[in-house]
Design a protein around this ligand. Structure first.
Ligand SMILES: *Cc1c(COP(=O)(O)O)cnc(C)c1O
Length: 366
């Protein structure tokens, strides 16, 4: 049996160290905004390569609070537009709406499945204030072309790095490439906590301070709320776990890359298409998506062979029932991906033999 993602086994790799770090937090008496959080924020900022890291409650809040901070700072006004890839997890879009802004969808590139950067220009309006890129599946969505587009039109570049911790672009980490980045530490992510968690990274000191305030009742100073805030904090127990797991992230991503290399090399079924990577495009394989018109049959067949797969995602954000305002929008590539995508098992606890077994089983599908 090859599970899609064996979280128990993944965390067991570092169980003693994690338990030690959690025990230290318990003994410290500081559970919220304590030393373990300070330490993780320093560790993660150093890892990503930004001046600031602010822990928040989850990845959705990280995006939402970045946008609210920009509104607070006068960079954006409610009703402004944020260009966002249509092929993404719903949170990228919900956050924009929560913040009082309007998402404008850019379709996916049919080969890379990431945003099609040739389709950005026609989406601009006088209300466009930001471009959000999503390093979906763990693959870097950034490019010089995207940077130039944002510079040319004075847009903030926001990265949704929830699936790509540790990914690089020419040596720099994703999460340090734009003006601000949102990270999720949901347990299933490449850097996962033992519960919910998130962070914002940025070099912009004013933005970081505003994000920190909004995430803590709007307090710049304790009990003095200059801005309207909420409670969205990364607690010290999760921060301590994350500091431990961060040390092994690069190594674990290498294992994911090795699994992906086996899939790339050995999957050769005529009815299955593998997404393409642009030359030099780094990928930390949060997911390994394949495309097939026979998705349901293939999934059932693999399940019978003891291989668990998942679909990411069956309904794109603009077709969700909760967003009727976008149902008229047509984004053909994204809609096709939603029908044809199937994610194969990939994780740092899989062996090359496991991956070979998956590839060979797929090739025997008729
Ligand atoms: C997981 C995820 C989020 C949201 O993170 P949560 O911590 O679950 O709120 C946002 N964007 C993408 C692309 C994600 O995969």
């Amino acid at each position: 049996m090859i599970p899609f993602l064996d979280l128990k086994k993944i965390n067991a790799l570092h169980a003693d160290e994690i338990k030690g770090a959690m025990a230290a937090v318990i003994d410290s008496g500081w559970y919220v905004r304590g030393k373990a959080l300070d330490q993780f924020e320093r560790d993660y900022a150093a890892f990503i390569g930004t001046q600031h890291c602010v822990g928040v409650g989850n990845g959705l809040d990280a995006i939402d609070i970045i946008l609210r901070a920009y509104i607070q700072l006068g960079v954006m006004t409610p009703g402004d537009e944020v260009i966002v890839p249509a092929n993404t997890f719903i949170a990228s879009v919900s956050a924009i709406i929560h913040a009082g802004l309007n998402p404008v969808f850019v379709d996916a590139d049919a080969d890379t499945l990431l945003l099609d950067q040739t389709k950005l220009e026609p989406l601009l309006s006088f209300k466009t204030k930001a471009l959000m890129i999503v390093h979906l599946y763990g693959k870097c969505a950034y490019s010089e072309q995207i940077r130039n587009f944002c510079t040319k039109y004075h847009l903030k570049l926001i990265e949704d790095n929830a699936q790509a911790h540790g990914c690089r672009f020419e040596g720099r980490r994703t999460g340090s490439l734009g003006d601000a980045a949102a990270h999720s530490f949901y347990p299933g992510k490449n850097l996962g906590a033992l519960g919910d968690g998130g962070a914002v990274t940025t070099d912009d000191t004013q933005l970081a301070e505003t994000v920190r305030a909004i995430a803590n009742y709007g307090f710049h100073k304790k009990y003095y709320a200059d801005v309207e805030g909420r409670n969205s904090r990364l607690d010290d127990l999760q921060a301590a776990v994350l500091s431990v797991k961060l040390k092994y992230l690069d190594q674990e991503n290498e294992r994911r890359k090795a699994i992906a290399a086996v899939y790339d090399q050995h999957i050769s079924h005529p009815m299955i298409r593998l997404p393409k990577n642009r030359v030099g495009q780094d990928h930390v394989y949060h997911l390994y998506p394949i495309l097939t018109e026979q998705r349901e049959h293939l999934q059932t067949y693999l399940e019978k062979q003891g291989i668990q797969t998942l679909i990411h995602y069956p309904v794109p954000p603009h077709k969700q029932k909760c967003f009727p305002q976008f149902h008229h929008v047509s984004l053909p590539n994204t809609e096709k991906i939603a029908i044809h995508e199937l994610s194969l098992p990939i994780s740092p606890v899989m062996t090359d033999d496991d991956a070979l077994f998956v590839a060979q089983t797929i090739n025997q599908f008729f």
